[in-house]
Design a protein around this ligand. Structure first.
Ligand code: GDP
Length: 361
C-alpha cells in the first residue's frame, strides 16, 4: 500500500505525533490480524457516510479506509552530501509515496530549536534545500546519459527535455511539486525513471500552540508558505492526550478548543487525498467498509482490492450512489426506483459508490 513519510527538523514534535499515530487504535480495533512495522503509524480516514450505511444495513462493524505514515528518522541538514545516515534518510524518502513535513510553530522556551528560533519558513527551506540538492545530483547525472541515448532512442528526447526543465526549476530553489510537476502529471511520468524526491506530493503539519489552532490570520500565512501543498494545524501534545480519552471526553476537549475533529483525523483525510486515493463502499450485516482505490480505477480493479479472484472472475458490479441509497432507504427500494445500475468492466468508479460485485469463481 502507499505510504507517507514523516520528516522534519529535530525537536519539532515528530516523535510525539508519531507516537499518537501508532497508539490510535484504528488497526487494533478493526483489523486485529494485521501486522505492522514498528516505524509505521496507521490512521483511519474519517467518513461520516460509513455510520449512515451501517445503520441502514444493521452492520456489526465499521471499517474505515486507512493511511500509513512512516517515521523517517535521521539527520536532515547535509543529507544530500550522501554520508551514512544522510543516505539512509534520502533512501527512506525515496520509498515513500508522499512527504509530510512536521513544522514547529509552538513557542516553548523549554524546547530548544536547532536553529535557535521558531521559523516555519526557514524550516521548510532547510528541508526543501536537502531534497532539491539530492534531486539536482540525480538530474545532473542523468543529463549526459540521456543526451547520448536520445541520439538513438527517439522516446528519450522528451525525457531529456523534461529533465532539463526540471534542472532549471531545481536550480532556482523550487521543488518540482511546487512547480506543478508531480508524479501524476505528464512531465512527472517522463521523469519517473530518475526516482526524484521533489515530484512526490507534499503535505505540511504545523505543530502549533493551542491559541494558534483558531487563529485564522496565522493559519492563512502558513498556508501561503506551503501552497499548493495542504497545511494541517494540530498540537502534537494534545493529540497524544486525545487518544487516551474516550470519545465523549475527546469531543468535549476538542470543542473547548474550537475544533470539530482530532488533528489525526484531519491528517488521515488530507493524507489520503494527497496520495490521490479514493474509496468505494460495501455494506452488509457483517460490516460496512470503505475500500481504497486509486482515482480512476475501473470496476474490476476495485473488485481486485477485495480479492484477486473477484477481479479475475469479474462479471459486473451493482452500483448505487450513496445519496440514492440513503434516499431510497434500502437496496430493494433503490432497485425498485431504478437507482441500482449494472456496470461492466470499463466502468470508472466514482466517489461514494456503494457496490456489490458479481463474479465467477
Ligand atoms: P522530534 O525530535 O521532532 O521527534 O520532537 P519530539 O516529539 O521529541 O518533541 C521535542 C520536544 O518538544 C519534547 O519535549 C516534546 O514534549 C515537545 N513537544 C512536542 N510537541 C509539542 C507541542 O505541541 N507543544 C509543546 N509545548 N511542546 C511540544
Amino acid at each position: 500500500s502507499l505510504t507517507i513519510g514523516i520528516v522534519g527538523l529535530p525537536n519539532v514534535g515528530k516523535s510525539t505525533l508519531f507516537n499518537a499515530l501508532t497508539k490510535n487504535d484504528v488497526l487494533a480495533a478493526n483489523y486485529p490480524f494485521a501486522t505492522i512495522e514498528p516505524n509505521v503509524g496507521v490512521v483511519g480516514v474519517p467518513d461520516p457516510r460509513l455510520a449512515v450505511l451501517a445503520k441502514i444495513f444493521d452492520s456489526q462493524k465499521i471499517l474505515p479506509a486507512t493511511v500509513d505514515f512512516v517515521d523517517i528518522a535521521g539527520i536532515v541538514r547535509g543529507a544530500s552530501e550522501g554520508e551514512g545516515l544522510g543516505n539512509k534518510f534520502l533512501a527512506n524518502i525515496r520509498e515513500s509515496d508522499a512527504i509530510c513535513q512536521v513544522i514547529r510553530a509552538f513557542k516553548d522556551e523549554n524546547v530548544v530549536h536547532v536553529d535557535g528560533k521558531v521559523s516555519p519558513k526557514d524550516d521548510i527551506e532547510t528541508i526543501n534545500t536537502e531534497l532539491i540538492l539530492a534531486d539536482l545530483q540525480s538530474v545532473e547525472k542523468a543529463v549526459p546519459r540521456l543526451t547520448k541515448e536520445s541520439r538513438l532512442q527517439k522516446e528519450k528526447v522528451a525525457v531529456l527535455a523534461a529533465v532539463e526543465e526540471a534542472q532549471k526549476i531545481l536550480e532556482a530553489g523550487t521543488t518540482l511539486f511546487a512547480a506543478g510537476i508531480s508524479a501524476g502529471t505528464e512531465k512527472g511520468r517522463l521523469l519517473h525513471e530518475l526516482h526524484l524526491l521533489t515530484t512526490k506530493p507534499f503535505l505540511y503539519v504545523f505543530n502549533v500552540d493551542e491559541d494558534e489552532l483558531v487563529d485564522e490570520d496565522f493559519k492563512n500565512e502558513q498556508r501561503a508558505l506551503v501552497a499548493p501543498a495542504e497545511a494541517i494545524f494540530l498540537n502534537a501534545k494534545i493529540e497524544s492526550e486525545l487518544i487516551e480519552l474516550d470519545d465523549d471526553e475527546a469531543l468535549e476537549l476538542l470543542q473547548s478548543m474550537g475544533q470539530d475533529e482530532p488533528g489525526l483525523a484531519t491528517l488521515g483525510r488530507v493524507g489520503f487525498a494527497t496520495l490521490g486515493l479514493q474509496t468505494y463502499l460495501t455494506a452488509g450485516p457483517k460490516e460496512t467498509r470503505a475500500w481504497t482505490i486509486k482515482k480512476g480505477a475501473t470496476a474490476p480493479e476495485a473488485a481486485g482490492v477485495i480479492h484477486t479472484d473477484f477481479q479475475k472472475g469479474f462479471i459486473k458490479a451493482e452500483v448505487i450512489s450513496f445519496a440514492d441509497l440513503v434516499e431510497a432507504g434500502s437496496v430493494t427500494e433503490s432497485r425498485a426506483k431504478g437507482k441500482a445500475r449494472m456496470e461492466g468492466k470499463d466502468y470508472v468508479m466514482q466517489d461514494g459508490d456503494v457496490v456489490e460485485f458479481r463474479f465467477n469463481v
